[in-house]
Design a protein around this ligand. Structure first.
Ligand SMILES: [Ca+2]
Length: 130
């Protein structure tokens, strides 16, 4: 866990740098899709979500957490085949990151980020492009 200073523009610029963003999402997709069948099932999604985003659900009950994951999964499993393919997964990541950016507003915020989290990738992308 490290600490980074970022604002919504850091995140938005990362999403809009299509190639860099796509590469990162694909990297995570492959990580979560551990058996490489091109789809992330419900169970793997639950396991893998914490790698992507630091989820603060400490006060939530187990049922609450399950419901949270189901809700997200169902929303993005557009063709309802019980798996998230790369496209579905990409829209999921993009939407969550945009929501995070909205929450940050235009003032820089200090956030604790996991070394391999997507927010960290956004920060690194920003540093790299300067
Ligand atoms: Ca699907």
């Amino acid at each position: 866990m490290s600490v980074a200073v970022l604002d919504s523009n850091t995140v938005i610029r990362f999403i809009e740098a299509k190639e860099a963003f796509k590469n990162c999402v694909e990297k995570y997709f492959k990580l979560v899709d551990s058996n490489g069948d091109g789809g992330i099932c419900r169970e793997k999604f639950k396991e893998g979500f914490g790698w992507l985003f630091t989820v603060e659900l400490k006060s939530a009950t187990k049922e609450g957490i399950d419901e949270f994951y189901s809700m997200i999964f169902d929303k993005f499993d557009k063709d309802r085949n019980g798996k998230l393919d790369l496209n579905e997964f990409t829209s999921l990541v993009e939407e969550i990151m945009r929501a995070m950016a909205l929450g940050m507003g235009s003032l820089p915020v200090i956030v604790a980020v996991d070394q391999d989290s997507l927010l960290m990738m956004a920060v690194q992308h920003e540093i790299g492009s300067k």
